[in-house]
Write a protein that binds this ligand. Sequence first.
Ligand code: C2E
Ligand code: MG
Ligand code: MG
Length: 393
Amino acid sequence: MSSMERIAAGLAGADGAPGALRAMRRHLGFDLAWLSELTPHRRVFRLVDAEGEQDLAVGGRGGPSAGTLCRAVATGDLPALVPDLLEFAVPLSDPIHRLPLRGLVAVPIRRPDGRLYGVFAGASIGPRPDLTARDLSIVQSFAAIAEADLAHRLERRRASSEAAARIEALLTTDAFHLVFQPIVGLRSGALIGHEALCRFDDRPEASPVKWFAEAREIDRGPELEMRVIAHALGHMADLPRGSYLSVNASPGCIAADGFEALFDTVDAQRVVLEVTDHMAVTGFDRIRPPLDALRAKGVRIAVDDAGAKLSGLHQIDRIAPEIVKLDRSLVDGIDMDRALRALVGAMVQFARESGAMLVAEGIERAEEAKTLAALGVDCGQGFQFGRPAPLQP
Ligand code: C2E
Ligand code: MG
Ligand code: MG
């Protein structure tokens, strides 16, 4: 393999900043390589890579930046390529000099806005008279990968702290409200329940999925979901007597502390809990105890979006729901689609065998409702019967 091919292979295999650092060190035969962050007064090692016996795992360690190699490179007191540090009369008190380092190639790394972040460097214990301008440009190429990786990480950190602030504000002010969508018997047309769906006040017309996902990403999903359920259950008294209220919860929320207690003070016989994202249930054992406890209180368990993305019947079977909610993708255009009718027919069979009630979601046309009723689906929900709306006072 030619030298250029080796470089290309190293670059291609460099997996973010750690990969780029290691590939650069190995490629140029350095004993030590590091990525440091420089603040006005400190130098912190963010990544360190070394070979052999030395204990050089100093990642995350920091100290004053004055007198360090990194500071000297950043200020231009030291050039980027130094075959032998002993030939430079720069006063250095860098603790990594205990090694002591002689050959050095170091390039500054910048933040996306152009401000200095730190230094990407490789060094060897002996002098390196062999180092050339070409070696410097190789280090610069690897440093560019590390810089791109840094930009990506900084952006992720910024986005997640903005998300944290948004969710914090939302939870402090309870800036959401609930809308309720009727669920009816497909043969009788009688109202049997309502599903509570959340709307966030800053964009009430938008689906709430984005907010729940954002809260989940910063580990506050269960808290937000539980807050919404508490509000929804607070509306029980406003719903027609004899009808039920359906609330949504993801597996992460069901397994969270305090979940069961939400249902302590309500008429559990009138509550249905819809398990959303049930395909994501990997640790089914985590949600079984709270589901069993709620069942014992009288809460009925529903599996939401059954049939979505060919969701597995096995998974549904493990939850043993009292209600199976057929996903809209099985309902849309069913009157004109033989394959959908066959799939729903199978679901009807499955539900009958497991003693579960079937509710079809997203019914928009009378023909869909008629077809579903003829196939044996018990209940329906969708714009055909009523859009999600605030309760009338
Ligand atoms: P989901 O529980 O399956 O809710 C049904 C979704 O279908 C709702 O969307 C509803 O507005 C929409 N829908 C109802 N009828 C029709 C119809 O005829 N046609 C069409 N195209 N859509 C219809 P929404 O409110 O945007 O909610 C989306 C998902 O967000 C919900 O799916 C649920 O997984 C989640 N979600 C909504 N509110 C809550 C909540 O309060 N807590 C939790 N944990 N999740 C919620
Ligand atoms: Mg639902
Ligand atoms: Mg659904």
